[in-house]
Design a protein around this ligand. Structure first.
Ligand code: DX5
Ligand code: ZN
Length: 231
């Protein structure tokens, strides 16, 4: 059974010289997932971390590692991340020539699969692959950097994605998680939850705060209040 919602700190804003300690600290502070941003300086204008780093943090935590691939091409990295201990692998549909094949490949390697939608990418990419999706991730900033501001139009997009996912659940009984990534803070996470997100990535808001536990707890209170209102 999955919890009603998940907080997924993005290690992009962690202290990379102490990564093992940092992931343990946020999990101890109440985080459900660890969000792992992979950037290739090709699909996005920044360069971060790969499977070696995933493998290095894997023994430090039991929590699922949520690998967000901002790379092009995608396919060759899927088996490498699966082997390195990833639990969830998401990618941008524009970065794969064969979206259906890449989704199937992720599941074949024992991971949960998801598509990531940039702010201007229409949700239509999900239409014919719903049966291969475990997660839909909406970007609320343009990918490439932490610390950017939440793009408000994403709230409308979240509502539209929520409606598609709920209709799919109604039809098939299957759950698809709805994740949000970019500019998530204590003061806007309630509105984001009210729009339908159930999985919340937050980088700078958590790792930039002095008190991880206090920040994550404040986020959870805001999400719980919003979800109680949604019913
Ligand atoms: C941006 C990344 C995000 C980023 C979020 O391309 O995908 O995961 O780390 O950082 P904040 O929460 O600081 O916007
Ligand atoms: Zn991300």
């Amino acid at each position: 059974m999955s919890a009603p919602f998940r907080i997924a700190p993005s290690i992009l804003s962690a202290d990379f010289s102490r990564l093992g300690e940092e992931v343990r600290a946020v999990v101890d502070a109440g985080a459900e997932w660890i969000h792992f941003d992979v950037m290739d300086n090709h699909y996005v204008p920044n360069l971060t971390i790969g499977p070696l780093v995933c493998e290095a943090i894997r023994p430090h935590i039991q929590a699922p590692i949520d690998v967000h691939l901002m790379v092009e091409p995608v396919d060759s990295l899927v088996p490498m991340f699966a082997k390195a201990g990833a639990n969830i692998i998401t990618f941008h549909p524009e970065a794969s020539r064969h979206v259906d094949r890449t989704l199937a490949m992720i599941r074949d390697h024992g991971c949960q699969a998801g598509l990531v939608f940039n702010p201007a990418t229409p949700l239509d990419y999900m239409a014919h692959v719903m049966d291969k999706l475990d997660v839909v991730l909406l970007m609320s900033v343009n990918p490439g950097f932490g610390g950017q501001s939440f793009i408000p139009e994403t709230l409308n997009k979240l509502k539209a994605a929520r409606a598609r996912i709920d209709a799919w659940k109604e039809q098939t009984g299957k759950t698809i998680l709805l994740e949000i990534d970019g500019g998530v803070k204590v003061d806007n996470i309630g509105a984001i939850a009210a729009a339908g997100a159930d999985t919340f990535v937050a980088g700078s808001a958590i790792f930039g705060s002095k008190d991880y536990k206090g920040t994550i707890a404040a986020m959870k209170r805001a999400v719980e209040a919003a979800q109680a209102k949604r019913g």
